[in-house]
Design a protein around this ligand. Sequence first.
Ligand code: KG4
Ligand code: ZN
Length: 337
Amino acid sequence: MITIFAIESSCDETAASVCRDGAILSNIISSQKVHEQYGGVVPELASRAHLESIVPVTDTALKKAGVTLADIDAFAFTQSPGLIGALLVGAEFTKSLALAFDKPLIAVHHMQAHVLANLIRPVDHNNQIPKFPFLCLTVSGGHTQIVVCESPLQQKIIGQTLDDAAGEAFDKSARILDLPYPGGPLIDKYARQGNASRYKFPEPKIEGLNFSFSGLKTVFLYFIRDEKMKNEKFVEENMDDICASIQARIVSILLNKLKKASVQTGIKEVCIAGGVSANSGLRNSFAALGEKEGWNTYIPAFEYCTDNAAMIAITAYYKYLDSRFEDLSVVPSARTA
Ligand code: KG4
Ligand code: ZN
């Protein structure tokens, strides 16, 4: 029996999880509210909030899992990418535990972990997880990638964004609509009642499997500005249709590239992951596309899509099986190593 304890602290979620032999026993997330009033994550405030939450979150995760620190076989943390101050809190805390209990230390890459959230066995999906090799569209607040996952620890990026991430496209569109941060979930909420074909936004022409969202953001900004000049209540009167239309375009940009990646690689085991994979429009369109294309599609359970420590724990479990341990000199890195 291998029991792993993992911490995630790369951005504005303080999270802890316990995993035993690849099954998640607890997944505790404390979302920092302090950033809402600033319209984005304030790094210094994130580090301070991690310091406050990390011990209570750890306690809750251990209790929920029914284990104590003495039962843990290895301690894992998010090493990169992320906000450096935020990563440091998680890294130093986890190192202290590994040192105190004289157990292996495992460093995890946050984006790899988003992909491997798909290996957490779902309770309601006939226990199916993707077979290797699989494709994964990873869409978060900081990244947009298509990867080929050959095995848990072998992932190759075959497409990525040249500018904004998909989550930023959602959050920046929400900001243009004067919605609070993070705006992605709010766009999702309004879009459910809206008519997605009411307003047309162009699809950028980007070569290969790469993405670009900055052009769409500019088009959207000018569209809203111009409509508000004609009718200052334009946004409030048409919020549902505006959100449905911009969401539909972001989703179609993502899925058209994913379809292209499947054709190019011949891989029909296809997953999505990352915070934006919580988006109901993306989830529905992805499932529909998969059915049309004859794919086997996989989406992590909702709680494993946005930042969480269960995905760090499952990745650490595979690293443990491969004896990929670090010594105490390991340091976090803000950028993708
Ligand atoms: O993976 P994640 O939790 O953190 C990063 O690693 O960045 O992703 C956060 C991003 C934010 O941009 C947030 O707006 C977006 O995921 N997001 C959503 C939804 N839930 C979270 N975007 C659209 N629809 C949602 N339901
Ligand atoms: Zn993330």
